[in-house]
Design a protein around this ligand. Structure first.
Ligand SMILES: [Zn+2]
Length: 333
Protein backbone atom coordinates (compact mmCIF):
# COMPACT_ATOMS: atom_id res chain seq x y z
CA UNK A 1 0.00 0.00 0.00
CA UNK A 2 1.50 3.28 -1.06
CA UNK A 3 -1.54 5.29 -0.24
CA UNK A 4 0.09 6.23 3.11
CA UNK A 5 2.42 8.65 1.41
CA UNK A 6 -0.65 10.46 0.12
CA UNK A 7 -2.35 10.48 3.53
CA UNK A 8 -1.72 14.17 4.29
CA UNK A 9 -3.61 14.97 1.09
CA UNK A 10 -6.48 12.56 1.57
CA UNK A 11 -9.55 13.18 3.71
CA UNK A 12 -9.84 10.70 6.63
CA UNK A 13 -13.61 10.65 6.15
CA UNK A 14 -16.04 12.28 3.79
CA UNK A 15 -17.09 15.77 4.86
CA UNK A 16 -19.12 18.52 3.29
CA UNK A 17 -16.58 21.32 3.43
CA UNK A 18 -13.53 21.61 1.22
CA UNK A 19 -10.11 21.71 2.84
CA UNK A 20 -7.87 22.21 -0.17
CA UNK A 21 -6.24 18.77 -0.26
CA UNK A 22 -5.49 17.56 -3.74
CA UNK A 23 -4.29 14.32 -5.27
CA UNK A 24 -3.46 14.71 -8.96
CA UNK A 25 -2.91 12.19 -11.70
CA UNK A 26 -1.05 12.39 -14.98
CA UNK A 27 -2.68 10.00 -17.42
CA UNK A 28 -1.53 8.77 -20.79
CA UNK A 29 -4.48 7.82 -22.97
CA UNK A 30 -3.63 5.84 -26.09
CA UNK A 31 -6.03 4.81 -28.84
CA UNK A 32 -5.90 1.08 -29.53
CA UNK A 33 -8.24 1.11 -32.49
CA UNK A 34 -9.76 3.66 -34.80
CA UNK A 35 -11.45 6.21 -32.58
CA UNK A 36 -13.95 8.97 -33.27
CA UNK A 37 -14.29 12.13 -31.17
CA UNK A 38 -16.66 14.46 -32.92
CA UNK A 39 -17.78 17.83 -31.70
CA UNK A 40 -21.49 17.07 -31.82
CA UNK A 41 -23.31 14.43 -33.75
CA UNK A 42 -22.00 12.93 -36.92
CA UNK A 43 -20.88 14.80 -39.96
CA UNK A 44 -18.93 17.24 -37.80
CA UNK A 45 -15.16 17.30 -38.03
CA UNK A 46 -12.99 15.61 -35.44
CA UNK A 47 -12.54 17.60 -32.21
CA UNK A 48 -9.41 19.73 -32.50
CA UNK A 49 -8.02 23.09 -31.38
CA UNK A 50 -5.35 25.39 -32.73
CA UNK A 51 -2.73 25.85 -30.01
CA UNK A 52 0.94 26.61 -29.72
CA UNK A 53 3.07 23.56 -30.56
CA UNK A 54 5.41 23.98 -27.61
CA UNK A 55 6.32 26.55 -25.02
CA UNK A 56 9.57 27.43 -26.74
CA UNK A 57 8.26 26.45 -30.17
CA UNK A 58 5.61 29.08 -30.85
CA UNK A 59 4.34 27.65 -34.11
CA UNK A 60 0.56 27.19 -34.06
CA UNK A 61 -0.70 23.68 -34.82
CA UNK A 62 -4.06 21.88 -34.61
CA UNK A 63 -4.18 19.29 -31.84
CA UNK A 64 -6.78 16.61 -31.31
CA UNK A 65 -8.86 17.18 -28.19
CA UNK A 66 -10.48 14.62 -25.96
CA UNK A 67 -12.98 16.80 -24.12
CA UNK A 68 -13.64 16.66 -20.38
CA UNK A 69 -17.14 15.44 -21.06
CA UNK A 70 -16.00 12.56 -23.23
CA UNK A 71 -13.71 11.36 -20.46
CA UNK A 72 -15.78 11.85 -17.35
CA UNK A 73 -19.21 10.80 -18.56
CA UNK A 74 -17.73 7.58 -19.91
CA UNK A 75 -15.74 6.81 -16.78
CA UNK A 76 -18.67 7.60 -14.48
CA UNK A 77 -20.81 5.19 -16.47
CA UNK A 78 -18.24 2.46 -15.89
CA UNK A 79 -18.39 2.88 -12.10
CA UNK A 80 -22.15 3.11 -12.15
CA UNK A 81 -22.38 -0.28 -13.87
CA UNK A 82 -20.96 -1.76 -10.66
CA UNK A 83 -23.14 0.39 -8.40
CA UNK A 84 -26.15 -0.89 -10.29
CA UNK A 85 -24.97 -4.47 -10.04
CA UNK A 86 -24.63 -4.25 -6.24
CA UNK A 87 -27.78 -2.17 -5.73
CA UNK A 88 -25.89 0.89 -4.60
CA UNK A 89 -27.84 3.39 -6.70
CA UNK A 90 -30.74 5.06 -4.92
CA UNK A 91 -34.10 6.38 -5.95
CA UNK A 92 -34.09 10.04 -6.86
CA UNK A 93 -35.96 12.24 -4.36
CA UNK A 94 -38.16 13.50 -7.17
CA UNK A 95 -40.20 10.75 -8.63
CA UNK A 96 -39.36 7.17 -8.06
CA UNK A 97 -36.75 6.70 -10.71
CA UNK A 98 -33.39 5.20 -9.97
CA UNK A 99 -30.38 7.54 -10.11
CA UNK A 100 -29.27 8.00 -13.65
CA UNK A 101 -26.91 10.21 -15.63
CA UNK A 102 -28.22 12.71 -18.12
CA UNK A 103 -31.59 13.08 -16.48
CA UNK A 104 -32.65 15.76 -14.08
CA UNK A 105 -33.12 13.27 -11.29
CA UNK A 106 -29.88 12.35 -9.57
CA UNK A 107 -30.36 10.36 -6.35
CA UNK A 108 -27.96 12.62 -4.41
CA UNK A 109 -27.03 9.62 -2.30
CA UNK A 110 -24.87 7.24 -4.27
CA UNK A 111 -21.07 7.13 -4.48
CA UNK A 112 -21.19 8.66 -7.95
CA UNK A 113 -23.37 11.60 -6.84
CA UNK A 114 -21.15 12.30 -3.81
CA UNK A 115 -17.95 12.21 -5.83
CA UNK A 116 -18.73 13.60 -9.25
CA UNK A 117 -21.47 15.92 -8.01
CA UNK A 118 -24.92 16.77 -9.21
CA UNK A 119 -27.14 19.73 -9.82
CA UNK A 120 -30.68 18.99 -8.89
CA UNK A 121 -33.14 21.38 -10.44
CA UNK A 122 -32.38 24.25 -8.07
CA UNK A 123 -32.96 22.30 -4.91
CA UNK A 124 -29.43 21.64 -3.95
CA UNK A 125 -26.16 20.74 -5.50
CA UNK A 126 -22.99 18.90 -4.81
CA UNK A 127 -19.90 20.20 -6.51
CA UNK A 128 -17.81 17.66 -8.28
CA UNK A 129 -14.58 16.79 -6.51
CA UNK A 130 -13.10 15.35 -9.70
CA UNK A 131 -11.62 18.16 -11.75
CA UNK A 132 -10.73 17.38 -15.32
CA UNK A 133 -9.58 19.25 -18.36
CA UNK A 134 -9.45 18.66 -22.05
CA UNK A 135 -6.70 16.21 -22.99
CA UNK A 136 -4.55 17.11 -26.01
CA UNK A 137 -2.68 14.98 -28.49
CA UNK A 138 1.09 15.35 -28.46
CA UNK A 139 1.36 15.49 -32.25
CA UNK A 140 -0.59 17.72 -34.63
CA UNK A 141 -3.96 16.33 -35.69
CA UNK A 142 -2.87 16.43 -39.34
CA UNK A 143 -0.59 13.46 -38.53
CA UNK A 144 -3.25 11.56 -36.65
CA UNK A 145 -6.41 11.51 -38.71
CA UNK A 146 -7.15 8.86 -41.25
CA UNK A 147 -9.80 9.04 -43.87
CA UNK A 148 -11.69 6.29 -45.57
CA UNK A 149 -14.57 5.88 -47.88
CA UNK A 150 -16.92 3.20 -46.69
CA UNK A 151 -18.77 1.21 -49.28
CA UNK A 152 -21.86 -0.68 -48.36
CA UNK A 153 -21.78 -4.43 -48.77
CA UNK A 154 -24.82 -6.10 -50.20
CA UNK A 155 -26.38 -8.93 -48.30
CA UNK A 156 -24.56 -11.43 -50.46
CA UNK A 157 -21.37 -10.06 -48.90
CA UNK A 158 -20.00 -8.44 -52.03
CA UNK A 159 -19.89 -4.97 -53.40
CA UNK A 160 -22.36 -5.89 -56.15
CA UNK A 161 -25.99 -6.86 -55.94
CA UNK A 162 -27.64 -9.77 -57.76
CA UNK A 163 -27.94 -7.80 -60.94
CA UNK A 164 -24.28 -6.85 -60.79
CA UNK A 165 -24.95 -3.24 -59.85
CA UNK A 166 -22.00 -1.73 -57.96
CA UNK A 167 -22.52 -0.41 -54.46
CA UNK A 168 -22.25 3.35 -54.19
CA UNK A 169 -19.97 4.89 -51.62
CA UNK A 170 -21.90 5.47 -48.42
CA UNK A 171 -19.81 8.22 -46.97
CA UNK A 172 -16.32 9.36 -46.24
CA UNK A 173 -15.42 8.89 -42.70
CA UNK A 174 -12.63 10.42 -40.65
CA UNK A 175 -11.10 8.58 -37.75
CA UNK A 176 -8.28 8.97 -35.24
CA UNK A 177 -5.60 6.40 -35.96
CA UNK A 178 -4.65 3.67 -33.50
CA UNK A 179 -1.61 4.47 -31.36
CA UNK A 180 -2.41 8.15 -30.83
CA UNK A 181 -1.33 9.54 -27.45
CA UNK A 182 -3.23 12.06 -25.37
CA UNK A 183 -1.85 13.45 -22.12
CA UNK A 184 -4.25 14.34 -19.39
CA UNK A 185 -4.22 15.80 -15.89
CA UNK A 186 -6.96 14.93 -13.40
CA UNK A 187 -7.31 16.55 -9.97
CA UNK A 188 -9.11 14.95 -7.04
CA UNK A 189 -10.13 17.33 -4.27
CA UNK A 190 -10.54 16.23 -0.65
CA UNK A 191 -11.15 12.59 -1.51
CA UNK A 192 -10.73 9.67 0.89
CA UNK A 193 -8.45 6.72 0.13
CA UNK A 194 -11.44 4.63 -1.00
CA UNK A 195 -12.75 7.45 -3.16
CA UNK A 196 -9.33 7.65 -4.79
CA UNK A 197 -9.51 3.89 -5.46
CA UNK A 198 -12.97 4.31 -6.93
CA UNK A 199 -12.05 7.14 -9.31
CA UNK A 200 -8.78 5.59 -10.47
CA UNK A 201 -10.55 2.24 -10.87
CA UNK A 202 -13.10 3.90 -13.15
CA UNK A 203 -10.30 5.35 -15.25
CA UNK A 204 -8.34 2.11 -15.51
CA UNK A 205 -11.40 -0.03 -16.21
CA UNK A 206 -12.79 2.17 -18.98
CA UNK A 207 -11.65 0.96 -22.37
CA UNK A 208 -14.04 2.56 -24.88
CA UNK A 209 -14.45 6.25 -25.58
CA UNK A 210 -16.10 8.52 -28.10
CA UNK A 211 -18.35 7.04 -30.71
CA UNK A 212 -18.42 3.47 -29.49
CA UNK A 213 -19.09 0.27 -31.34
CA UNK A 214 -17.64 -3.18 -31.18
CA UNK A 215 -14.95 -2.04 -33.58
CA UNK A 216 -14.08 1.56 -32.76
CA UNK A 217 -13.26 3.59 -29.68
CA UNK A 218 -10.85 1.25 -27.89
CA UNK A 219 -8.48 3.21 -25.68
CA UNK A 220 -6.07 2.33 -22.89
CA UNK A 221 -5.26 4.50 -19.91
CA UNK A 222 -1.99 4.41 -18.03
CA UNK A 223 -1.16 6.41 -14.91
CA UNK A 224 2.24 8.03 -15.37
CA UNK A 225 2.33 10.09 -12.21
CA UNK A 226 0.52 10.63 -8.90
CA UNK A 227 1.04 13.77 -6.84
CA UNK A 228 -0.20 15.07 -3.51
CA UNK A 229 -0.39 18.72 -2.56
CA UNK A 230 -2.64 21.71 -2.16
CA UNK A 231 -2.61 23.12 -5.68
CA UNK A 232 -3.23 21.95 -9.21
CA UNK A 233 -0.55 20.49 -11.46
CA UNK A 234 0.44 22.28 -14.67
CA UNK A 235 -2.33 21.88 -17.25
CA UNK A 236 -2.50 19.08 -19.77
CA UNK A 237 -1.89 21.62 -22.55
CA UNK A 238 1.27 22.85 -20.85
CA UNK A 239 2.40 19.25 -20.45
CA UNK A 240 1.99 18.33 -24.13
CA UNK A 241 3.78 21.55 -25.08
CA UNK A 242 6.71 20.76 -22.80
CA UNK A 243 6.85 17.24 -24.22
CA UNK A 244 6.73 18.59 -27.76
CA UNK A 245 9.66 20.95 -27.05
CA UNK A 246 11.72 18.16 -25.51
CA UNK A 247 11.02 15.74 -28.35
CA UNK A 248 11.92 18.42 -30.86
CA UNK A 249 15.24 19.06 -29.17
CA UNK A 250 16.03 15.43 -28.60
CA UNK A 251 18.07 13.25 -30.88
CA UNK A 252 16.79 10.37 -32.95
CA UNK A 253 13.19 11.19 -32.33
CA UNK A 254 11.09 12.10 -35.31
CA UNK A 255 7.82 13.80 -34.55
CA UNK A 256 5.78 11.50 -36.72
CA UNK A 257 2.99 9.12 -35.99
CA UNK A 258 3.46 6.56 -34.47
CA UNK A 259 5.70 8.03 -31.79
CA UNK A 260 8.52 5.87 -30.53
CA UNK A 261 7.50 4.41 -27.16
CA UNK A 262 10.50 6.05 -25.52
CA UNK A 263 8.63 9.35 -25.50
CA UNK A 264 7.18 8.10 -22.19
CA UNK A 265 10.59 8.61 -20.60
CA UNK A 266 10.51 12.19 -21.81
CA UNK A 267 7.10 12.71 -20.21
CA UNK A 268 8.32 11.16 -16.96
CA UNK A 269 11.44 13.28 -16.81
CA UNK A 270 9.31 16.40 -17.25
CA UNK A 271 6.78 15.53 -14.56
CA UNK A 272 9.53 14.44 -12.18
CA UNK A 273 10.51 18.10 -11.99
CA UNK A 274 7.06 19.19 -10.96
CA UNK A 275 7.67 18.57 -7.28
CA UNK A 276 9.34 21.95 -7.18
CA UNK A 277 6.22 23.71 -8.42
CA UNK A 278 3.98 25.71 -6.16
CA UNK A 279 1.39 23.71 -4.27
CA UNK A 280 2.87 20.29 -5.03
CA UNK A 281 4.35 18.40 -2.11
CA UNK A 282 4.92 14.74 -2.96
CA UNK A 283 5.14 12.51 -5.98
CA UNK A 284 4.90 8.73 -5.77
CA UNK A 285 8.05 7.08 -7.08
CA UNK A 286 7.86 4.23 -9.62
CA UNK A 287 7.60 1.48 -6.99
CA UNK A 288 4.97 3.36 -5.01
CA UNK A 289 2.97 4.02 -8.16
CA UNK A 290 3.03 0.33 -9.04
CA UNK A 291 1.92 -0.52 -5.51
CA UNK A 292 -0.91 1.96 -5.70
CA UNK A 293 -2.18 0.49 -8.96
CA UNK A 294 -1.89 -3.03 -7.49
CA UNK A 295 -3.82 -1.91 -4.43
CA UNK A 296 -6.56 -0.49 -6.68
CA UNK A 297 -6.67 -3.63 -8.83
CA UNK A 298 -6.94 -5.72 -5.69
CA UNK A 299 -9.89 -3.72 -4.32
CA UNK A 300 -11.64 -3.96 -7.68
CA UNK A 301 -10.93 -7.68 -8.07
CA UNK A 302 -13.96 -9.90 -8.54
CA UNK A 303 -13.74 -11.25 -4.97
CA UNK A 304 -13.34 -7.90 -3.31
CA UNK A 305 -15.27 -5.35 -5.38
CA UNK A 306 -18.59 -5.81 -3.61
CA UNK A 307 -16.99 -5.40 -0.18
CA UNK A 308 -14.99 -2.41 -1.35
CA UNK A 309 -17.98 -0.61 -2.87
CA UNK A 310 -20.22 -1.40 0.10
CA UNK A 311 -17.58 -0.04 2.50
CA UNK A 312 -17.23 3.15 0.48
CA UNK A 313 -20.98 3.49 0.16
CA UNK A 314 -21.37 3.33 3.94
CA UNK A 315 -19.11 6.34 4.53
CA UNK A 316 -21.82 8.70 3.28
CA UNK A 317 -24.54 7.28 5.52
CA UNK A 318 -24.75 10.18 7.97
CA UNK A 319 -24.86 12.66 5.09
CA UNK A 320 -27.80 11.06 3.39
CA UNK A 321 -31.14 12.65 3.82
CA UNK A 322 -33.97 10.39 2.97
CA UNK A 323 -36.82 12.72 2.15
CA UNK A 324 -40.02 12.12 4.03
CA UNK A 325 -43.35 12.10 2.31
CA UNK A 326 -44.38 15.60 3.37
CA UNK A 327 -41.28 17.63 3.74
CA UNK A 328 -38.24 17.50 1.59
CA UNK A 329 -37.07 21.06 1.25
CA UNK A 330 -36.78 22.10 4.88
CA UNK A 331 -34.52 19.30 5.89
CA UNK A 332 -32.22 19.90 3.01
CA UNK A 333 -29.29 22.18 3.26
ZN1 LIG B 1 -26.78 9.04 -7.49
Amino acid sequence: MSIEKLNPFLAPTYENFPKGRTVSLVILRTTQSETIFRTEGSGEPMCSEFVQAGIENTEVIPRLVMTKRKQVATERRKGREFLRQYNLLYNAPKGNTICSLNTNAPCEMCIDCFLYGFAAGGEGAQKSRIWTEDAFSILPSTELIGDRTINALYENGTMRDETGKASTALNTSEYIKPGVHFLDVVTLKDVTADELRYVVGNILLTTRYGAVSSRVGRMDNEILGVFGGFGELPSSLELVQQVFDSLNNGENMTLEHPLNKSFINVVKSIINNWQNKRGISVQLNEAELTNLVNDIDENWSIDKQEGFLTRLNQTYESYRQIPTEKDTKKNKK
